[in-house]
Design a protein around this ligand. Sequence first.
Ligand code: NAD
Ligand code: TDX
Length: 379
Amino acid sequence: MKTYLVTGAAGFIGSNFIKYLLYKKYKDEDIKIIVLDALTYAGNLGTIKDDIDNKRCFFVKGDIRDRQLADKLFAENDIDYVVNFAAESHVDRSIEDPQLFLSVNILGTQNLLDAARRAWVTGKDANGYPTWKEGKRYHQVSTDEVYGSLGAEGYFTETTPVCPHSPYSASKTSADLFVQAYRDTYHMPVSITRCSNNYGPYHFPEKLIPLIINNILEGKKLPVYGEGTNVRDWLYVEDHCKAIDMVVRNGRAGEVYNVGGHNEMRNIDIVKLTIKTIHDMMEKDKDLRKVLKKQVRDANGDIDISWINDDLITHVADRLGHDQRYAIDPTKIKNELGWYPETKFADGIVKTIKWNLENQKWIEEVTSGDYQKYYDIMY
Ligand code: NAD
Ligand code: TDX
């Protein structure tokens, strides 16, 4: 039986990851997952409350920077894999408060690396390097933003030099460099995935796609930074989760793997496509309109949706230091591990919109802070 310590699993990608392991990949296998999450504004225990059964999946509230807690988790459990999702993840917030990002993303990563090192080292080899228990892996969930920004041409490969621009990406890059330093200095069994922009269920509505969906449902304006010509490469979250587990289990120790959807789109096009998709879905199925907060009747007595159009877009001040284009070359993970993005964007965006329409209670809870009560109810 394999035991995962998954940090940050009350957040967007981490929660999708544990659901993928529990109900898809290892549905009929004996695995153990320990979730460690500080439940910040972005961590919602409501997202994973049905997953924590204290048989296969356990929850610990705590900070990845807490040394004593990390040591305790390793002492009490025979952890095989650490998968570190926990981070401050929003670029705009990093511009407001860089120090928090430095502290959580860098010191937190280094603390987990050290705790794993204390637990997993068995002795020394002839050259003085630590020797390690068999089958262990520390995995760092990283981002394409560490590579900086591209012009109109080219892709990020694993050998592209890191060149971060935002405080967020600087902190994620530094964390990656610590992971690689532990590989080189202590021969620690580590791996890193650098993924492009994710979208899907449980995405916190401060990020572009869920923000646009929920602003439309509320009849609010849709803020597009600058001209909206910046390009991001969008990947459905479950495809990312699959890639991470492939790398943890079968990726070569010490390696970086880029993960991306080959689905580059300009922000303005993403916003227009989201508007059109919601409009078309509500055109086809009038019942879906009930979720709209803005309820005006049209000439037929139906809830009016004619206002769901591009006029909702408002161009606002650009993000400082806004990276122009990200694009991932995923050839390495494809060739070595057979990974590919299974979800076409056209399908993924419909699934994501549907999920948001059907989960307005979750949206209200994460935005109002009400989800905090789940912790009080459960513990
Ligand atoms: P998120 O903000 O939705 O979730 C982060 C989680 O970490 C939350 O549950 C939060 O409570 C927890 N957390 C924050 N600080 C903590 C601390 N000090 N101790 C313990 N837990 C803490 O983030 P996300 O979008 O799910 O991203 C997860 C990881 O994936 C991050 O490391 C991010 O850099 C990386 N990543 C994200 C994307 C993306 O598109 N969202 C793409 C590539 C990589
Ligand atoms: O209101 C908005 N208007 C807008 O034009 C918001 C929130 C964003 N944008 C733009 C900025 C970006 O070019 O949309 C693009 C996407 O923005 P975000 O959703 O904030 O994502 P991004 O900054 O690209 O970072 C995301 O992907 C990489 C995650 O938040 C990171 O954690 C991940 O590493």
